[in-house]
Design a protein around this ligand. Sequence first.
Ligand SMILES: Nc1ncnc2c1ncn2[C@@H]1O[C@H](COP(=O)(O)OP(=O)(O)OP(=O)(O)O)[C@@H](O)[C@H]1O
Ligand SMILES: O=P(O)(O)OC[C@H]1O[C@](O)(CO)[C@@H](O)[C@@H]1O
Ligand SMILES: [Mg+2]
Length: 328
Amino acid sequence: MENKAITKIGVLTSGGDAPGMNAAIRAVVRAGFYYNLEMYGIYRGYEGMIQNEIKKLESKNIAHILERGGTFLKSARSAEFRTEEGRQKAYDNLKKHGIDALVVIGGDGSLTGAHLFFKEFGIPAIGIPGTIDNDLAGTDHTIGFDTACNTAIEAIDKIRDTATSHDRLFFVEVMGRDAGFIAINAGIGSAAAATLIPEKKMPIERLVERLKARTKAMKTSNIVIVAEGGKSGGAAEIAEKIKKQLPYYDIKVTILGHLQRGGAPSSYDRVLASKLGVSAVEGLLHGKHDVMAGIINNKIVFTPISKAILGDKEVDEDDFRIAKILST
Ligand SMILES: Nc1ncnc2c1ncn2[C@@H]1O[C@H](COP(=O)(O)OP(=O)(O)OP(=O)(O)O)[C@@H](O)[C@H]1O
Ligand SMILES: O=P(O)(O)OC[C@H]1O[C@](O)(CO)[C@@H](O)[C@@H]1O
Ligand SMILES: [Mg+2]
């Protein structure tokens, strides 16, 4: 680990973009200026670090970005950063600019990269959880998750209108490659008939029984939420299976897709991003490194990145039970 005082911090966003990333960048840069540091924007995540797309930031660069979706620094998935040669190039570019610490805003993959980079080159790095997937331990919520849930629920409300008018069964696919957090929240928040998540297998037979019971109970519209990484397949695949068993249903499939990643961040995400941005800079100045800033029970906490990325954060059993009770 480099022991000299930090004077220049680089900030980047990586992986899938998430609403609130701009608010996090703004907070990091504002905090840096407050503590008289030079702040550098690294564009297009690790790819831009490798390609030397690095610019010194001024106050005007971060004006009016708090409320905007996406990330003005842009984001990327960098295959080259997964190689030793790529990471060496990235480190050489940081040194050219005299950058002596990093704030990485991204998901589990991005923080895995930051952890490796710290281990190899000793450059102090702090992670900020920025992903709609909510799949990082060490924080109750990741930046972007709340907005993505709001967007999904708003879209499902609209689907509900047409589903009810036509007595249809809809399978709605939400994002979450390996995580069912958006799905379970959207399921509870939109009165879904069932929610299928990657963490729990729901046999098709059980879903058939659930739908039959709802028909008996005179429910006229049915919305089944499917997380894209679901164990029984995506929404289209499950719809096909159900069609075979319940041919009397008029079935439609909607894949919400990338609209869940866009839009202005919710108030929750703005505040979360702002708190974590300032905390990350203060953490670096207090000598913290290789940790992720998060909020648990309304308190800022720093968790070793190696723990945050373990992939052991699970959908709460209570949430799953509540979703089930409310869908019968
Ligand atoms: N094992 C690794 N070693 C080095 N770099 C990695 C590693 N895993 C991920 N990265 C870097 O982080 C980038 C982003 O990772 P990934 O695509 O998994 O997204 P993420 O940060 O998890 O965000 P999200 O899941 O929200 O899209 C990768 O493209 C790669 O450059
Ligand atoms: O935009 P891309 O690269 O297709 O990635 C989609 C993936 O990114 C995420 O939206 C997370 O950012 C996942 O939920 C989804 O599986
Ligand atoms: Mg991820």
